[in-house]
Design a protein around this ligand. Structure first.
Ligand code: IDP
Ligand code: MG
Length: 148
């Protein structure tokens, strides 16, 4: 059981001005600590690589186009059992099935545009954090640099 996960506030979440509220929910309500954070726009090839595990899915091209359509906020998070805890916190993939009060329930606008990403395993969390962050961009509780 690992203590790190990676989230992204997806382009619609940023565009709809939900960045601040989502970060507040994650930190204040969810108790996750921000280890690293940045706003960026993924190129199409970067989104393709990030979602490579879904390359055989019918929604892959549409998802890649959406995720590279505008700025996202990538955030590395720390909490005990972070991957599972965060997926429970954001709710089901489809906002219509996400539990009341979860981020996807509150801010998701469709199955694709479900406001936030959450890693699905410790292995993928590490891969995804390293995808966005270098070792000079991740911080421990004392504000010192650390490596995962
Ligand atoms: P997850 O984000 O809850 O882990 P995944 O199955 O890993 O869900 O799918 C990755 C992302 O792809 C979802 O968050 C959503 O944005 C999009 N997605 C998943 N299934 C569909 C679909 O059937 N149609 C369109 N987009 C989808
Ligand atoms: Mg997933």
């Amino acid at each position: 059981m690992g203590n790190y996960t990676l989230t992204m506030i997806k382009p619609t979440g940023v565009k709809n001005l939900n960045t601040g509220e989502v970060i507040k929910m994650i930190t204040k309500d969810g108790g996750f600590r921000i280890v690293g954070m940045k706003m960026l726009k993924m190129r199409n090839d970067q989104a393709k690589a990030f979602y490579g595990i879904h390359s055989d899915k019918p929604f892959y091209d549409e998802l890649v186009n959406f995720m590279s359509s505008g700025p996202i906020v990538a955030i590395a998070l720390e909490k005990e059992n972070a991957v599972e805890a965060f997926r429970n916190f954001i709710g089901a993939t489809n906002p219509t099935q996400a539990a009341e009060g979860t981020i996807r329930n509150k801010f998701g606008v469709s199955l694709q545009e479900n406001c936030v990403h959450g890693s699905d395993s410790d292995e993928n969390a590490q891969r995804e954090i390293e995808f966005f962050f270098s070792s000079s961009e991740l911080f421990d509780t004392d504000g010192n640099l650390f490596e995962l």
